[in-house]
Design a binder for this molecule. Sequence first.
Ligand SMILES: [Zn+2]
Length: 86
Amino acid sequence: MRKLHDKCYFCRGNLVKKKITMDYWWKGSLTLVENVPAWVCKQCGEEVFEGPVLEKIDQVVKGKAKARTVTVLVKKFNDLPLPASV
Ligand SMILES: [Zn+2]
């Protein structure tokens, strides 16, 4: 596959190709998509997706393919005071 991205757009760090788990919100519900090929910045962790990959993610999320469910805890950042040093 042709390499589309060499450097991170934000920090100019090197990008490496990885399979990641992507979180995708659609109509108020969250779907995690596993094994998504992405370019990930070694320095800041920014994830870059190629166009066809994004299209496929869209199809996967909205499609009827088999899914498993996991429980996700949602907590509020404000429920604890910030450490004094921040
Ligand atoms: Zn970066």
